[in-house]
Design a protein around this ligand. Structure first.
Ligand code: PA5
Length: 429
């Protein structure tokens, strides 16, 4: 088990009494495994990593390598669960200023004309390819962006060659994108019907763009499989994902309405975005749920840090920390020492970051009375991030069911869409 969940900075022991909750967790685990709870039809992700066939993995890698050999930019076109997963993994592994030969840009995640124009401007004179992702095939942001990209690709490469530059990830048999892809002859990968967008990073939704970014998806899949193995026990004492779910539920019952997910690494900001996607869309229902929001420290310690330390006591923090940095930097010695930094000269930046983390834990938890859950991992690799994502999906399902919620629908999201369609004059609205 490579994720260590720590509750020592989290004074919710009064509520977190495993003996009382053990049976409840066992019952919920059963409805998850048997798929008999609300939304049980969307639990295909539970064992998907172990069912994924080598043949399909090889087809993904083959097409991704074709893209890497023939194009310099990949546009990932999708929104919400249909794009954040791959972006989170790609940025976490390759960083924010990647030197990889394949640049990855994102479209379909906004209706902003300025951003759209920027992306189009960036790609139009480059050899670009497209991965369009939509389960329904009718999401407005994705559809509009793809229409623009398709037109650009066809103008640039000609209709016939354009289809080599486009891959679609969508439902096997239904939806507008499936119909369009079959008609145009795009290569497609399947987003299984029993897996919702925010649980789909383990499917070609995540795997194809991640492979295009030059990341070893076999290693990533191994990590997902570690997750299946490590977080399957019905026994609360043996299941770290369930312990985490229970602790956040206990804190919620104690009056914490906000979970601040914290990283000390800017390249993990999108991972925190994915966590908001996963938990807020799964649990933000029926007027009773935690709000998951995020911070990057130490950056945000200079702004939100003030609120966390001394503001309203509405939140707890969950800090994810990777012990070994992938890269490090030594602080130089300066003989004049005008900045008074020689006391840490020769130390690595990772050492200072770690001390900031330890000092902040004490400040927030012990002085500020803000409970802190810690998730510690050894090193950020495709494998460890695969396990971490699976850990959160499992925790999310348990957490929503503990609160009596269906984790797999999103009825609230439809409200703005209906209003927008009405205002746009869409037939039927
Ligand atoms: O998690 C979800 O289900 C959503 O965030 C969807 O992924 C998002 O709305 C995009 O939907 P679609 O894949 O149908 O375009």
């Amino acid at each position: 088990m490579s994720i260590k969940v720590g509750f020592e900075h989290c004074k919710a022991d009064d509520l977190y009494m495993p003996s009382i909750w053990k049976d409840r967790v066992r019952e919920i685990n059963k409805i998850i495994v048997d798929k008999t709870g609300a939304g049980g039809d969307y639990l295909g992700w539970l064992d998907y990593p172990t069912r994924l066939e080598e043949k399909e993995i090889d087809r993904i890698i083959k097409k991704a390598n074709f893209f890497r050999d023939h194009y310099e930019v990949l546009v990932v076109c999708g929104i919400g669960g249909s794009y954040l997963g791959p972006r989170a993994v790609i940025e976490a592994i390759n960083g924010l200023y990647s030197q990889d030969k394949m640049k990855i840009v994102y479209l379909g995640n906004t209706l902003d004309p300025n951003y759209t124009a920027e992306v189009i401007n960036f790609i139009k004179d480059k050899n670009f390819c497209v991965c369009v992702i939509s389960k329904s095939g009718t999401t407005t942001e994705t559809s509009i962006s793809f229409r623009i990209l398709k037109e650009l690709a066809e103008k640039k490469y000609g209709k016939d060659k354009a289809k080599d530059a486009i891959v679609a990830v969508t439902d096997k048999s239904q939806g507008a994108l499936r119909k369009l892809s079959d008609t145009e002859g795009y290569e497609t990968f399947e987003l299984p019907g029993d897996i919702g967008g925010r649980f789909s990073v383990m499917t070609p939704v995540g795997l194809f763009p991640i492979a295009c970014a030059g990341i070893d998806i076999k290693e990533f899949i191994e990590g997902l499989r570690d997750g299946v193995k490590n977080y399957s026990s019905e026994n609360l004492e043996e299941n770290e994902a369930y312990k985490y779910a229970l602790e956040r539920h206990a804190l919620y019952l104690r009056g914490c309405k906000v979970e601040m997910v914290v990283t000390y690494e800017p390249r993990l900001e999108c991972l925190n975005g994915w966590l908001k996607q996963l938990f807020d869309e799964s649990e933000g229902k029926e007027g009773k749920s935690l709000l998951v929001t995020s911070c990057t420290f130490t950056t945000d310690l200079h702004s939100l840090g003030q609120f966390i330390q001394e503001g309203s006591k509405i939140l707890f923090e969950t800090v994810t920390y990777f012990d070994e940095p992938n890269k490090d930097f030594e602080i130089p010695f300066d003989k004049d020492n005008l900045d008074n930094l020689n006391y840490i000269a020769g130390k690595n930046l990772s050492y200072v970051n770690r001390k900031a983390y330890e000092g902040t834990l004490q400040a927030h938890a012990d002085v500020g009375n803000v409970p802190n859950i810690t998730l510690s991992l050894k090193k950020l690799t495709p494998r460890s991030i695969g396990e971490l994502l699976y850990f959160h999906m499992k925790a999310c399902a348990m957490s929503a069911y503990l609160n009596g919620l269906n984790p797999f629908n999103q009825p609230g999201v439809e409200v703005y869409k209906k209003n927008m369609f009405h205002l746009l004059g869409k037939p039927g609205y």
